[in-house]
Design a protein around this ligand. Structure first.
Ligand code: ATP
Ligand code: MG
Length: 323
């Protein structure tokens, strides 16, 4: 087994084509060991397909690399043994109890000390009190917890979580993220897809995929820096058409509502400042330097890429200057 320095995952040129449609296009990714790595991107951008290639469930059309030091092309069986994969739709048996669901997973992995591990897992994830409850009768938050327990049962070194908190209430989401950080602190690497900005901000590293292409990757602070965006907070007493007016100005690349004000961002700081000064001069509008948020960056990136549901073969990806 070849362990690649500090990387849990290192893939190069990962590509997947279904027929003549390229859904993952030349993706190179490095996921440091012990990181909580957030994978973002619009619907259909290829996140799930990437996860499945990384954990050996799907053969890439092109590209190579390692996952936990194992070759993603030739050592898929070894990878599956060391990875916990929580799929996008909870894959629980609704007619089985909590304990029976876990026992089933233990049998699939042919675990020698299953009874002990099962009990340990029930306790670790606060499921002991509900072990006789049918999985189908659990609330969304508890189903999610059971799913996480099920993919942790075989004590993996890497967790792949595909939109684990979709449809789960804010309290359960927060608890779930506490759990993720606890697991990472214990040495696990976590690769998680999400559409939520607050979750992105909780990640140690991020990658953004659009149309199968990786646009940016890095830690949250460096992504904000790489975007090259300058941001101003703009407020006005009468702001009904302000956003529309601002969007039409030279130097303004993005206008997004934040609370009572607007975040106005642009890559050309001088042009942006000049345009906003002119507006402020008209009166009733206050312009103050602001801080570019991750959300600004991702909304900007999304605006730079074509609609995923448009005709993909004719679409081109702009770099957005942020890579
Ligand atoms: N087995 C398949 N055969 C053909 N096309 C597929 C297959 N699996 C995925 N696709 C297509 O690949 C593209 C990427 O899908 P994928 O599920 O990886 O996106 P995603 O980023 O996970 O999206 P979402 O955020 O909606 O989960 C989509 O256009 C999808 O329809
Ligand atoms: Mg998906």
């Amino acid at each position: 087994m070849k362990e690649d320095g500090d990387a849990a995952i290192e893939v190069r040129g990962l590509t997947k084509r279904f027929g003549d449609k390229t859904v993952v296009d030349d993706v190179s990714l490095r996921v440091p060991r012990g990181s909580v790595f957030g994978f973002l991107g619009p619907n259909g951008s290829g996140k799930t397909t990437c996860l499945r290639m990384i954990c050996g469930l799907l053969e890439p059309t092109a590209g190579d690399g390692t996952c936990l030091g194992f070759d993603i092309l030739s050592q898929r069986r070894e990878i599956k043994r060391e990875v916990g994969y929580m799929t996008q739709k909870f894959s629980l048996y609704e007619d089985l109890t909590v304990a029976e669901n876990l026992a089933f997973v233990a049998r699939v992995y042919e675990m020698p000390d299953a009874r002990h591990l099962l009990q340990q897992t029930l306790e670790r994830f606060d499921l002991a009190g509900r072990q006789r409850q049918l999985a189908g009768s659990l609330s969304g938050g508890w189903k999610q917890r059971l799913s996480l327990a099920a993919c942790m049962l075989h004590q993996p070194r890497l967790l792949l979580l595909d939109e684990p908190t979709a449809g789960v209430d804010p309290k359960a989401r927060r608890d779930f993220w506490e759990e993720i950080h606890q697991l990472a602190a214990e040495g696990l690497t976590v690769l998680v897809t999400t559409h939520y900005m607050d979750e992105a901000e909780r990640c140690t590293h991020l990658a953004y995929l659009a149309y199968g292409k990786l646009l940016v990757q890095g830690d949250p602070t460096s992504l904000v820096q790489q975007s090259g965006l300058t941001t101003f907070n703009v407020t006005a007493r009468e702001s009904a058409d302000l956003a529309v007016r601002l969007r039409a100005l030279p130097g303004v690349d993005l206008v997004a509502a934040f609370g009572k004000g607007l975040h106005v961002c642009g890559r050309d700081a001088v042009a942006l400042r000049a345009a906003l000064d002119a507006v402020a001069h008209e009166g009733e509008v206050e312009v103050r330097p602001g801080r570019t948020s991750l959300e600004d960056v991702f909304i900007y990136l999304m605006g730079q890429t074509p609609d995923n549901f448009a005709n993909p073969s004719s679409a081109s990806i702009e770099k957005g200057g942020a890579s």
